[in-house]
Write a protein that binds this ligand. Structure first.
Ligand SMILES: CSC[C@H]1O[C@H](OP(=O)(O)O)[C@H](O)[C@@H]1O
Length: 277
């Protein structure tokens, strides 16, 4: 079992960077791997393996969460990693993942820096201690999003959309044509990962923003897609996604100039009942 390190930044890797040994595969002169395969005991069970690296003078914790984000273990895995982030002092969290398109203007391989979300999942509440009322105003941190956008635009490798609404579903299936039609006009992309992470980030007072790659068209949007195209996108675009995430981290400092840490308020239930229910 590893001792909990201090790190102010974390990356939650999804399907986009799963195929490579991120960040070592990118061979950047300013990246130093500190430790691999770190696992931690938490009140919610043992975490997935983490990697700790240094980029300049910043320490970054990262894990491959694709596969852990889904299924029955999802609630526990999310709690484990956010409990660890809180203990490690993480204040800025960058996520990445694969999504389907709902907006017909989007093409596969486009990237979207999500600006809001609609939670269509039916997941049980996965808070940590649940002592907070979470206000989900500007839930995707505007400052962290801006840094992601600037980093992506400085390396124009692909089309990057600066805003978009991410509809979160339970999966594991993708959506039917009628479900996609229902989401149209409300959401631009659909995936299964942004919630509950965005709630847990708010609970620990950390900024959270995500870069999402369109890997398939929603049913009835543009055209049918092939499964092999989807996996090819994951493999072909891992480097791009990785470089954008590292470039974003280079732009970050330790200050939280946003409201992300102030939008959690003590829940009144504690005052009324003496404990949370
Ligand atoms: C491609 S299988 C569907 C799966 O992929 C995405 O996961 P991630 O966000 O970790 O890239 C999506 O959210 C689904 O869970």
């Amino acid at each position: 079992m590893s001792c909990i390190p201090q790190a102010s930044i974390a990356i939650i890797g999804g399907s986009g960077t799963l195929s490579m040994d991120f960040p070592a595969a990118l061979c950047c002169h300013d990246v130093e791997i500190i430790e691999r395969d770190m696992v931690f005991d938490t009140p919610y069970g043992q975490t997935p393996p983490f990697l700790l690296f240094r980029l300049g003078n910043k320490k970054v914790l990262t894990c491959r969460m694709h596969g852990w984000r889904g299924g029955a273990s999802r609630a526990d895995a999310s709690r484990q990693i956010f409990w660890l982030f809180r203990e490690a002092g993480v204040k800025k969290i960058l996520a990445e993942g694969g999504v389907g398109s709902v907006n017909h203007l989007l093409d596969t391989r486009d990237m979207v820096v999500a600006s809001d979300y609609i939670d269509q999942s039916m997941r049980k509440d996965v808070g940590l201690e649940g002592h907070y009322l979470l206000i989900m105003r500007q839930a995707l941190c505007p400052h962290l999003r801006q840094e992601l956008i600037c980093a992506a635009k400085a390396r124009p490798l692909t089309r990057v959309f600066q805003r978009g609404v991410y509809a979160v579903t339970d999966g594991r299936h993708f959506e039917s044509p009628a479900e996609v039609a229902m989401l149209k006009g409300h959401a631009d992309i659909v995936g299964q990962s942004l919630c509950p992470e965005v709630y847990l980030a708010r609970e620990i007072g950390a900024c959270y923003a995500g870069l999402y790659t369109v890997v398939n068209y929603g049913e009835g949007v543009v055209k049918d897609w092939e499964h092999n195209e989807l996996s090819q996108i994951f493999y072909a675009d891992a480097d791009k996604i990785g470089h954008i995430l590292l470039a974003t981290i280079r732009r970050l400092d330790d200050k939280q100039v946003c409201k992300c840490a102030d939008l959690r308020k003590p829940t009144l239930l504690k005052e009324v009942y003496g404990s949370t229910i």
